[in-house]
Design a protein around this ligand. Structure first.
Ligand code: ADP
Length: 432
């Protein structure tokens, strides 16, 4: 562990620390952020009424729209001369939201990313090829600071320019790569296409995140790049990457949320009531220690569940893989559908590649979804193709409960990530 004292803190002590931090935070925002003082007053709540972390549900929920309404610095808790960095979300779903960091927040950003990289297998002395975007997006700089804190050499490549990435991967021979899972797929595919032999790369670990992905993509990337791939989760509003991270030896069992800094809850999307361990709902996070722009109960819109792993190396709670953003959820004939649900089904059909898209269109008054998925390179007979298509449609019917048409696409025809996040949904509704 990078920080064994914190990552292994016994649960009772963790709760005590969270309680102290939550109470301090409530006073801090009440005194410094008019937006929160108003919310407290509207609810007839004063910070002195809180006894500890068990009272968190008494605090107001913060939504993305609140950040937009307070654009750009309305939620900042510090005078502007104490701000040391400003980031903004990449705006995947609308106008960007702004986050400010104090010097202390930047320390925290480095710490949680150092923990994350370490959990992902990275060690001091290794080199890290950072293909997350640098800029207003938090990914690049966040992971960068974590690697330096851990004692790694950073290759700050940023996203895109795949030719150059491949050259540097061969010449510098980094052990660790950080990028989005969809971009790791692009790199894996190019390595294969160009006949770059395994020995030409020295990669051992991939720390991948910033978008939903499943075991299907993990298997593809691990085989293609010859590494162990783990999940890193985060969002700019909370700090950026480094909110949660999978351990490289505990893959598939969820990502540890660094609970001493980010307190998680799972709420029912409709009632906003807390849900018990193991239940899917919206992840809501409270920044227990941030100074620049701390947030109370931030509604991430990401759907997952939480659970403690008694067999895990650390004491902190784990979050399951994100199924998708509530915004990306399609509702087809009353059934909820996330792209990742189709992604997992593709894995069991070896003739198919994990490159796919859900195409949403209108059929009369109703929305319609079709799946486009790529075939592998081996040519197939017409009857085999028809069998393959029917097989996937049957799997979708059995597992998701929807009759969805499947279209098999030629190799290379589905869009690839060129460096950043990749949307698996193609929405034709607005174009008729
Ligand atoms: P934007 O909202 O513009 O994409 P961010 O770059 O802050 O801004 O993205 C944060 C969002 O990215 C998260 O709320 C989540 O939806 C998604 N995300 C980040 N990491 C992961 C991950 N490991 N798995 C699934 N989704 C992720």
């Amino acid at each position: 562990m990078f920080n064994p004292d914190m990552e292994g803190l016994p649960l009772e002590k963790l709760r005590k620390l969270q309680s102290e931090r939550l109470i301090a935070l409530a006073h801090y925002v009440y005194e410094r952020v008019p937006f929160y003082r108003e919310r407290f007053e509207q609810q007839g709540l004063h910070p002195s009424m809180l006894r500890g972390i068990a009272d968190i549900a008494r605090l107001p929920i913060t939504y993305k729209t609140d950040l937009r309404d307070q654009y750009p610095f309305g939620l900042s808790a510090v005078p502007e001369d104490q701000i040391r960095r400003i980031h903004a979300s990449s705006g995947t779903t609308g106008k960007p939201t702004v986050v400010v960091y104090t010097a202390e927040d930047l320390e925290l950003f480095a710490e949680v990313n150092a923990r994350s990289l370490y959990a992902g297998g990275a060690r001091p002395g290794m080199k890290m090829h950072n293909a997350y975007g640098y800029g207003l997006f938090t990914g690049g700089l966040g992971i960068h600071a974590g690697a330096e804190r851990l004692g790694m050499a950073v290759v700050p490549v940023s996203g895109g320019m795949t030719d150059r990435q491949l050259m540097l991967l061969q010449d510098f021979r980094p052990e660790v790569i950080c990028c989005t899972p969809s971009y790791a797929q692009t790199l894996a595919e190019e390595v294969d296409k160009r006949g770059i032999g395994r020995g030409a790369l020295n990669l051992k670990f991939g720390v991948l995140g910033a978008e939903p992905w499943t075991e299907t993509v993990r298997a593809d990337v691990e085989a293609g790049l010859g590494l162990v791939a783990t999940n890193i989760y985060g969002l700019s509003e909370i700090i950026g990457p480094g909110v949660a991270q999978e351990d490289w030896e505990e893959r598939g069992s969820g990502s540890y949320i660094w609970e001493d800094h980010f307190f998680p809850e799972i709420l029912d999307p409709d009632t906003c009531e807390p849900l018990p361990e193991g239940h899917d709902g919206v992840l809501v996070l409270t920044t227990l220690t941030k100074k620049g722009m701390p947030l109370l109960r931030y509604w991430t819109n990401d759907i997952c569940s939480l659970s403690y792993d008694k067999g895990g190396k650390r004491t902190h709670i784990k979050m399951s893989a994100i199924k998708g953003r509530a915004d990306d959820m399609l509702i087809i004939r009353g059934v909820n559908l996330f792209p990742t649900q189709v992604e997992v089904l593709i894995r069991d059909i070896p003739e198919l590649e994990p490159h796919y898209q859900l195409v949403v269109s209108k059929k009369g008054a109703l929305d319609r979804v079709d799946v486009r998925v790529e075939m592998g390179d081996t040519p197939l007979e017409i009857t085999q193709l028809e069998g393959l298509r029917a097989h996937l449609m049957q799997k979708i019917r059995d597992n998701i409960g929807l009759h969805i048409d499947v279209e098999l696409m030629p190799p290379g025809s589905i869009p690839r990530s060129e460096g950043g996040k990749l949307s698996r949904i193609l929405d034709l509704r607005r174009n008729g």
